[in-house]
Structure formats: C-alpha cells, structure tokens
Design a protein around this ligand. Structure first.
Ligand SMILES: [Zn+2]
Length: 75
C-alpha cells in the first residue's frame, strides 16, 4: 500500500474539543467520503453537511461524531 496517502489517527471522538487540529491533519466524513483540511483557508464543509469548519471562529461542527475520521497527511 505505497500509495496510501493518509494515516488514520483517530475516530469515535465524543466531543469536537478533543479532535486534533494541525496543518497536516485532515477530517474525513465517513458518510459522504469527503476529506477536508482541519486548517482550511476558508469556511469548508463536507458534501453531506455532517462536517463543517467555521474559519472565522475556528470552530469545527460535526453532526454525527461517529462519522468523523481524523487523518494525518503523509508527505
Ligand atoms: Zn459528509
């Protein structure tokens, strides 16, 4: 699996305050499969609306925490 780009570092968080955030950390919605950066340039959300990041107040909103995977980008 040399093409594997992301490493799963956590899921099943019970609260968004426990979810890590960094330049190399991405969030994946396991409902729609969309991956979004944890430190976006602008407000961003996944396609189904389960994940949303409000950049202005650096707030992560997750509707269903069970459908959040936290990934680290291997570069
Ligand atoms: Zn989604």
């Amino acid at each position: 699996m040399t093409e594997y780009e992301y490493e799963l570092i956590g899921n099943n968080y019970d609260d968004t305050v426990n979810v890590p955030q960094d330049d190399d950390i991405w969030y994946r919605c396991s409902n729609c499969g969309r991956t979004i950066p944890s430190v976006p340039d602008d407000n961003i959300g996944c396609d189904c609306g389960n994940l949303f990041i409000d950049k202005d107040c650096w707030r992560l909103v997750v509707v269903d925490m069970r459908k959040l995977d936290v990934l680290r980008n291997r570069r």
